[in-house]
Design a protein around this ligand. Sequence first.
Ligand SMILES: [Zn+2]
Length: 97
Amino acid sequence: MTGWNRDGRRHTDFPAAVRRQAQRELPAQCAECGATNCPLRLDHIRNTARGGNNTIDNAQWLCDTCHDRKTRREAAEGQAIRTAKRTRQPEPHPGLT
Ligand SMILES: [Zn+2]
């Protein structure tokens, strides 16, 4: 399934068949902190924006807390890459210092 987030970025999600497979085959606990007694969401191990697939091999359960943290981390990394490209200055000439 392919859709668009409200912010306009391309967003893909796991098909229902993969979600059912994950419920059967993946351990029902957060892959990061190991929590079991909380709502879990199916997460892309490799973000689809970075070429991850909507397959069971790229799926893991995360609790809301870890999912939010991962989402923020990925957003921050994307921002850092763009910022670095935009603000990168040439190295000063060694003879000038
Ligand atoms: Zn967690």
